[in-house]
Write a protein that binds this ligand. Structure first.
Ligand code: NDP
Ligand SMILES: O=C(O)/C=C\C(=O)CC(=O)O
Length: 355
């Protein structure tokens, strides 16, 4: 028997190879006249081409997006937008650049057009993150939700294979946790399963041929669906562990998701059997944790925290932080489960298959 609440976010999605060409039209549709284009330093050449294509619709370019949105960077970008008279921002890049756009929108209310070039999914969520004095805080605010998202798979063809696989598994993690979220619903379940299946098809194909446009399109379609799930339902143990490891130990975002997901699913397996069955089916496997582990390993992604910068000496502290302030999870993980979480982290550290 169904019993749920679902909030639909007001967003426009333009999807398709070459859809970047519609950017000027989409800025017009927002009633905006001058866009500040945001990017990372490395993506500046691409962002310059985008700004040039906008002509007088481009107010300027800010190229200092970095992971986890330091407040100082957000302030600089916001000040620049004000000085230039920008009335919208175009975020061209991965979750870091989208996050910068969100930080601008949070205070200024400027509408954001997101053009994602990774599979992180931030463009579909009202979740923002800001880092101050080394501490990352996250929150939810409808103002930060990009008003328009342009998904152009052409742009992700240059995303290196390694990052494509880990970023794709970051997206899968959103959907996997969505399937056992406290506030999940049947529509999100459909999106989650379809999103996981699309990424499971796409990632091996991208590894074989990074420029395969059909596979890139499938991956971006999966990322859209998985991001939509994250935007609509709550996160659980897996995201908590990743935020702890990324936030307090500075581990790389997509890689940390890739290593931790099989272990978080194994921890939750008995408490969420229906979700596990759907994840396994979407991945074409028998066991959800084992299928995610195999997807990562077989496509050359890291499977051990020790290989992505974690120190063994920090595992105890990571377990303490994770259980001190737990998110809701189908199997509770407060201080009483500290030893089980510590054991989970040890397996992830060593790169063992999920228990
Ligand atoms: N609020 C939310 O809902 C969510 C937020 N996030 C946040 O987003 C951040 C992570 O996002 P993620 O996308 O993984 O990382 P980034 O946005 O940092 O992108 C990673 C790197 O990918 C490279 N890159 C991106 N696109 C391309 C491309 N098309 N071709 C070549 N290289 C490319 C860039 O590398 P280089 O610099 O070498 O060019 C970039 O620095 C984290 O801060 C995370 O917390 C993630 C998911 C959801
Ligand atoms: O940290 C944020 O910016 C907010 C959410 C996420 O990063 C989601 C994730 O862990 O991929």
């Amino acid at each position: 028997m169904h019993d749920f609440i679902h909030t639909t976010h007001p967003q426009r999605v333009v999807f398709g190879a070459g859809s970047l060409r519609h950017l000027a039209r989409e800025i017009d549709a927002l009633g905006a006249k001058k866009a500040l284009v945001l990017c990372t330093p490395e993506q500046r050449p691409q962002a310059e081409r985008v700004a040039a294509s906008l002509g007088a619709q481009a107010a300027g370019l800010f190229d200092r997006a970095v992971m986890h949105v330091p407040v100082e960077t957000a302030r600089e970008a916001r000040d620049l937008a004000r000085r230039l008279g920008a009335d919208c921002a175009v975020a061209l890049g991965g979750g870091s650049t989208t996050g910068l756009g969100k930080a601008i929108a949070l205070e200024s209310g400027l509408p954001i057009v997101a053009i994602p070039t990774t599979y992180a999914g931030s463009e579909m969520t009202p979740i923002y993150g800001l880092t101050e004095n080394g501490l990352k805080k996250t929150g939810k605010d409808p103002r930060v939700l990009p008003r328009t998202v342009i998904y152009d798979p052409e742009l992700s063809r240059t995303l290196p294979v390694g990052l494509s696989v880990t970023s794709g598994i970051n997206a899968i993690a959103h959907a996997a946790e969505g399937l056992y979220a406290q506030d999940s619903n049947p529509v999100m379940d459909l999106m989650a399963e379809e999103g996981i299946a699309a990424l499971a098809r796409a990632l091996p194909a991208i590894r074989l041929e990074p420029g395969d446009l059909a596979a890139r399109s499938d991956a971006l379609y999966g990322a859209w669906l998985c991001g939509g799930v994250l935007g609509a339902v709550g996160m659980a143990l897996h995201h908590k562990l990743c935020h702890t490891l990324g936030g307090s130990f500075n581990l790389p975002h997509a890689e940390v998701h890739t290593v931790v997901l099989p272990h978080a699913l194994a921890f939750n397996a008995q408490a969420a059997p229906r979700a596990m069955a759907r994840i396994a089916r979407a991945l074409g496997g028998v066991s959800a944790p084992a299928a995610v582990f195999a997807l990562a390993r077989d496509n050359g992604a890291p499977v051990a925290l020790k290989d992505i910068g974690m120190r063994a000496a920090d595992l105890d502290r990571a377990a303490d932080i994770a259980v001190a302030n737990p998110y809701w999870n189908p199997r509770p993980f407060g201080p009483a489960e500290r030893d089980a979480i510590r054991a989970l982290l040890q397996r992830a550290f060593d790169g063992e298959p999920p228990g």
